[in-house]
Design a protein around this ligand. Sequence first.
Ligand code: GLU
Ligand code: ZN
Length: 295
Amino acid sequence: MNNAPYVGRFAPTPSGLLHFGSLIAALASWLDARAVGGRWLLRMEDTDPPREMPGARDAILRTLEGYGLTWDGEVVMQSQRHGAYAEVVERLFNMGLAYACTCSRKQLEGYGGLYPGFCRNAGHAREGAAIRLRVPELTYRFEDRVQGQFSQHLGRELGDFVIQRRDGLYAYQLAVVLDDAWQGVTDVVRGADLLDNTPRQLYLQELLGFSQPRYLHIPLIVQPDGHKLGKSYRSPPLQAEQATPLLLRALRALGQTVEADLHTASANEVLDIARQRWQAASIPRRPTMAEADLQ
Ligand code: GLU
Ligand code: ZN
């Protein structure tokens, strides 16, 4: 793996404001980096303008600042990286590793998210088609620092996946792998909802000759009914004046010991102590946590 100095990142999507679930991910990632004197980068995953919420990018940056979660260097905007994505899609297509898919959503209904391979050998032209990456009939596995062993058979459990949509927008899987490599990220800390995206990313890294970062997937905060926080189930956007109590709550959710007298401390003081005490090994080893169970 990787002996390079630690580089972490937080990669919010500006489709909405930060909520408590995003705070836990940002905090875990920031602490894991800062505890070892590492760098912490910020990347705006704005690859899907139709789903973007106006004003969300700036609001996210202001919220992170207000909570003391400061980043190093310039914010990378994925909307500025289309040239790099296009070049890789072109290369994979020309090598026959990816192909054009003209299937409609309707045609793919009833396959449980597993692409049935209709266009695999059809030789469609690229124009107006989605681009899919061929997956090998292999299991990809990795050791997550919190969730343990995770594996997925790409052919049987997923099938060929989209790297560029029919409308030309680039898929998260492609952008995240290219940018993590380009930014020199050594450690990915994010929510466990992305655990089952990781094997696809491992395959892309292998294909493109990138080194594999370490992974730490924190438990996903869910509603009592089991739904993930966000969209219609989103908990309220983070308020600046709630920084200290919500940071303390997020630390408890991450299994960190928190002294009772910290409730009058500033966000920066809380972060400074938490950074010195950070124990990634204390994060609950489970994929989800109910919001209602958090103190
Ligand atoms: N943009 C993704 C999100 O907001 C995170 C992607 C990642 O950390 O790899 O959920
Ligand atoms: Zn197809």
